[in-house]
Structures are given as C-alpha cells and as structure tokens.
Ligand binder design. Sequence first.
Ligand code: ASP
Length: 344
Amino acid sequence: MMERAKILLIYTGGTIGMVKHYKTGSLTAFDFTTLQKNIPELFQLDCDITTVSFKYPIDSSNMNPKYWEKIAVLIGNNYSKFDGFVVLHGSDTMSYTASALSFMLENLAKPIIFTGSQLPIGDLRTDAKENLITAIQIASLKEKGRPVVREVGLYFEYKLYRGNRTTKINAEHFQAFRSMNYPTLLESGVNLKINHPYLLDPGDVEDLVVHTKMVPNVGVLKLFPGITREFIETVLGTKSLKALVLETYGAGNAFTDDWFLNLLKEAIQRGLHIINVTQCVGGEVAMGQYKTSESLRRIQLINGKDITTESAITKAMYLLGKGVTSQDFRTFFETPLHGEMHQN
Ligand code: ASP
C-alpha cells in the first residue's frame, strides 16, 4: 500500500485567512484556526497535514527578506520529515516570495506550492477552498515513488505555474496570476493534467542547502518618456545601491541621449550591477536588435532576457548575498539557476 504523503502547511497570512474589522470593514489577517474551521474538508484529504502558522499572520504587503528567511529555515528544518510543503500567502507579493524561495533553497527536490485567495475563506463565493485543496493535492503527487513537482510552484485558479515566472496581474479576477514567458506546469479540471516536459528536473541532487543571506540593496528604475536626468542621477547616486533592475521598453530598448548612457556607464564602472529587464509583461530583452538597445549592450548592461522583475530583484539579492565577484554576478545572472529564464 502507498504511504500517505506528509504535507507541511505553512500559513503566513493573506486574504485567505482574513476577517473584516467590525468597525472599519477593512480586512485584517486573522489566526489559523479560522481557516481550519472553514475548511473541514482539509482533513478528509488522502494525506497527513501538519500545520504551522506565523505567530502574527501578515498582509503580504508587509512581506520582506526577514520573513523569507523564516519560511526558508522552516522548510529547511522540516525538509526530511515531509513529502511536500504548501505555503499560504497573500497574493500581493506572492510572486516575490516564490521567486526568492526558488533561489534560497538550493538542491530542492520536493514540491513547495504557494497559494492564497482573492476572497477570504469565510466568504460564500470564496476561491480559497479550491486553491488550498488542489495545492495540497499537487504537493502530495508522486510518480514512481518520487514527487512529481520538484520546484517552487504557485497554484491559483486551476493553474500551477513555476513560482519564479509569475506576476500578479489582476486585483479583481480570481485568475490573479500569469506566467507570460513559461507554460503552465499543471492544469486542474476534472483531472489534474500534468505538463511533464515543463517541470523542472533537478536530477539527483545533494542535500538541501538553505541560503538565508539576501542583500536588499537593490532598486528598480522604470523608464518612461520624459524621465528627468535629475531623477536618474538621484537613483544611480543612491549610496548603498548595489544592483539596479532597469525596466526598459520593448525588447530592451532605451533612449539614446549621451547624458543618459554616460550616467549608466559611470555607475557600472563604479561597480553597480545594472540589469536590463523589459517592462512588457511578455517577451524578452534582445540587446542589439534595435539601435536603441545596441548602446546598452556596448556599455555592458546585464541581459535579463525573459526574467520577470520580481525574479530579477530576488535573484540580485541572492547573488549579492553570496558575495560573488562582479564577473560572476553577470555570469550567474545571465544563466538560469532554477528555470527563471531561458538558457540562451
Ligand atoms: N492584501 C492581501 C495580501 O497580499 C491580498 C491577498 O491576500 O490576496 O496579503
């Protein structure tokens, strides 16, 4: 007989467990008991679920690298005891946390499935039940004695995505996430349809290594027509800044004024890592395709290819945390570490 999968369910907060404040009507994170009370079905599933909750569950707008560390360490400490992990998290910053965890957990070979909901669990029309129950089922899936998913995934509204490929795209629809540059890993209909070729295969990995050092001295600068020199100078002059995600137009293009290119060049020479990421939701940077990106290639911006901004930020924090050399930062950044960008 197949052994029942052991799942660790980690509750960090988010709408899924929120309740309305009796006076103001605004949603506030509540404790985990509400969730359990509202989904008795949880305990009918064909797996053993152990739950652990943040002492003070948070709205994910308050998420930060200290909490990422907490989640990573929790998973690390329990890694050998469980077959899979489900992380309940607010949707607002779920893509950032899923991306961060994908870098922090080296040699991951078990499922870590993030999920949450757009409506609280107590709401009649809630999307929480389906998201949570299917996320647990996915985390329990095994084939030939091995977990089917061996990476950080994000499950929302009938779809499992690679976590570090996602972006929250809608504050209203139940389908709140998209993965524009990578196919869905699994779809839930009458059956769970697994898209095997797209799942990450970590191969025979060594023991899990939990990296907890994330250096937050990272920034994002989104270009727009009319952006002033003073503003760009201020951003690039930020004293503690170590890496900058430059959100460019289209296939990685930017305006070609000398003052702008000189400012970028000087910052790079001072040691700032500048990464070219497109501000389009889909597609990728192709430096040199247009004249307006050829100059960026010449001054040696790092090529963010088809990475999301969420993933780029957390990857930069992770590489800075590893204290790699400038040359290695570029090489590692332009190489997919956990399926966050394409190979070539
Ligand atoms: N503000 C909430 C949060 O991110 C929204 C949600 O849970 O979906 O925690």
